[in-house]
Design a protein around this ligand. Sequence first.
Ligand code: FAD
Ligand code: NA
Length: 388
Amino acid sequence: MTVDLVVVGSGFFGLTVAERAARELGLKVVVIDRRSHIGGNAYSAPEPETGIEVHQYGAHLFHTSNEPVWEYVNRFTKFTNYEHRVFTNFGGEVFPLPINLGTINQFFRAAYSPDEARALIKGQASEFATGESRNLEEKAISLIGRPLYEAFIRDYTAKQWQTSPTALPAEVISRLPVRYNYDNRYFNDTHEGLPVDGYTAWIERMADHPNIEVRLDTDFFDESQEYNKKSVVGRVPVVYTGPVDRYFDYQGGELTWRTLDFEQEVLNVGDYQGTPVMNYADSSVPYTRIHEFRHFHPERAEYPKDKTVIMREFSRAATRADEPYYPINTPEDRQSLQSYRALQAGEPDVFFGGRLGTYQYLDMHMAIGSALSMFENKLKPLLRGRTE
Ligand code: FAD
Ligand code: NA
């Protein structure tokens, strides 16, 4: 075998490691992915009828306050000045999110000042003490009061989890930010934007190096393909970004995830909802939100004026056959994760990373940031030694 490093998974974590190993150390890297495209969940493609870029695994917004990550990603793409904002449809009215003074004044049909609104919500939140809440509902009420909870959190959360908030643990939410001003910008990071020519162009530039070979439709556990677990581990260092429980044949238990189902439609209107993301807070609507992809790139003059692409999003617990999206992180999950960490200690040549490999929700900038530090702190010392 002439390859120096095998990377399992071509998402942002895997590609960042592969790019650094190839470019900085001149190593030969094979990246395998079981999907038929690169990029992991950040992959996007133009919808064929309209040319509108669709994020196939749900809307992806790039934002970061991490300067080394911002410098790194700008080697591969320029970013637009897109700023994310979200609205919610509740009871036949549209309100701004995250909950802010505009939301509060519209909801209570009032004109409260910041201090008046703060005093009102503090009073409504006194129904429960935060530290004593027995479930998600009590916790949420203790943070923002019953009226706002019942309108904007209760049924939306029930749809996300397919479970009543009274049956969900309080720890599912740590905080529920309320802004006592009219700022409805979704992210607070220093840098925000979308890749000018799309996610896939960015991702392809990361993989575009003569020392990087990408093999798609290739599963690490399929022993009929060249770079599989059995043939590789112990011979070549491996960076593994697939599910950690799968790697160990689920011997420490199956980690639980939420998944999403998407329903995509091309409509013969130029603009369906006037904004990229509309949440649906009512229980009578089965989906949690609708994405309208043209609004992520208002600068693209080539998009058709008489057609649009929308995607309804539904949320539920994942089975083993589904795409794992968000860790549920029950006490049993945390116990399983402990046992997988112990098993990993017996695999000194395998480096577990990324969203699936660490059972952690990671934004793109976090996946890239942790890949850069794994490369610097663990892989570089090891790989440099082997090639000298
Ligand atoms: P992934 O992108 O999941 O890549 C892992 C890859 O490993 C996949 O391509 C998979 O096919 C492959 N793989 C798994 N098992 C095997 C195997 N056995 N053999 C071969 N290959 C295998 N981040 C943001 O910053 N902003 C957002 O708005 C945002 N929205 C998101 C919305 C959703 C619904 C989800 C799920 C994530 C979102 N993210 C967002 C997070 C972003 O997608 C992650 O940062 C990114 O996925 C992490 O990259 P990764 O490489 O760790 O994992
Ligand atoms: Na998202």
